[in-house]
Design a protein around this ligand. Structure first.
Ligand code: BTN
Length: 333
């Protein structure tokens, strides 16, 4: 259930923040009240709410208010300030520590939350990965889930997870300028190490999708030394690769904007738009692979994707295997 009071408070704070940001110096409480169509007392209350979120706002008698700095951590206002999507992230729940954003988003979806609802967490104590694995998700990363309700039959939804990987890898390249590449089905690697993973879970009847809960985990501002021993050689973070922090809000908005475009293309043009976008992104096609596939191991050259998003692998015997679900191991380049 959306709380309309909270929703409108958040919209007023966003307008207030924008008004303060437009002004290099002080702006009076009366002027802010006029702009926001609220009383000076309400302005004062909302300024205090901004302070509680970590914004430094100076106030001076007869001069008014002046914004000194915005918080480095992610909050709803920092996201709404930057986000240019039509539906994805228009409803956003920013949480502290949760077991898994997938579970929170799942409950919201079951209660009727609209398509595009995003759940974001500062950290996850029980982050879930593909194939029932645990997913390391400490503070500093970007961990979020979102709800999709595609008007499609369940078997046509396989490309959605590819589409998310494509959007995430593009956002990392655009925001951080790093050479993020795709490993089928949707891991994102930098220099052979995993920087992001995607999980898409579906709730469907035989012939109709009720909803998908899609999760993306990006190792954004995690220090290299924070990875546990088992991940040290196979995972990396944007911060470790760049040698500095990235803006998590910029990164999230870039992912959501790219996702919304790819999803709209998918619904309009069909699965081929997804596989074409995946192929156009830097990826592992052409590499030697070992695949732990559901119906046995497959070894050979990663040839291509078919229109449904399955991976085609040409073995030494010249036969082509079609892999729908599996884990890919890349041979050294
Ligand atoms: C994988 O690489 O195996 C998939 C990882 C998916 C992780 C994300 S983080 C946000 C969302 N919540 C979870 O518990 N998992 C997904």
């Amino acid at each position: 259930m959306v709380n309309h009071r909270q929703d409108s408070d958040s919209s007023v704070r966003l307008e207030l923040l924008r008004a303060l940001e437009r002004q290099a110096g002080f702006v009076s409480g009366g002027r802010l009240g006029q702009l926001l169509r609220i009383s000076r007392t309400a302005v004062w209350k909302h300024v205090n709410a901004l302070r509680a979120l970590g914004y430094r706002v100076e106030s001076a008698p007869r001069r008014g208010y002046r914004l000194i700095s915005c918080p480095a951590s992610l909050n709803e206002l920092e996201i709404r300030k930057r986000l240019h999507t039509r539906f994805l992230g228009r409803e956003i729940h920013c949480l502290g520590s949760v077991p898994s954003t997938q579970d929170v988003a799942f409950k919201l979806a079951q209660a009727g939350a609209p398509e595009g609802t995003v759940v974001l967490a500062g950290e996850q104590s029980g982050g879930r990965g593909r194939l029932g694995r645990a997913f390391f998700s400490p503070a500093g990363g970007l961990w979020f889930s979102f709800i999709l309700r595609p008007p499609l039959q369940p078997q046509l939804c396989l490309p959605i997870s590819l589409l998310i990987g494509t959007a995430v890898s593009q956002a990392i390249r655009d925001t951080a300028g790093l050479p993020a590449m795709l490993k089928w089905p949707n891991d994102v690697l930098i220099g052979g190490r995993k920087v992001a993973g995607i999980l898409a879970e579906i709730v469907a009847e035989t012939d109709a999708v009720r909803f998908l809960v899609c999760g993306a985990g990006l190792n954004a501002n995690i220090e290299a030394r924070a990875f546990p021993p088992g991940l040290k050689n196979i995972a990396t973070s944007i911060r470790a690769e760049l040698g500095r922090e990235v803006s998590a809000a910029d990164l999230l908005c870039a992912v959501l904007e790219s996702l919304e475009r790819h999803y709209a293309d998918f619904l309009k043009l069909g699965p081929r738009s997804v596989t074409e976008a995946w192929r156009r992104s830097p990826n592992m096609l052409g590499r030697q692979v070992k695949v732990a596939a559901a119906d046995g191991p497959v070894e050979g050259t990663a040839l291509d994707l078919d229109d449904s998003g399955a991976l085609l692998v040409r073995g030494r015997d010249g036969q082509t295997a079609r892999v729908v679900v599996g884990d890919v191991h890349l041979a050294a380049a």
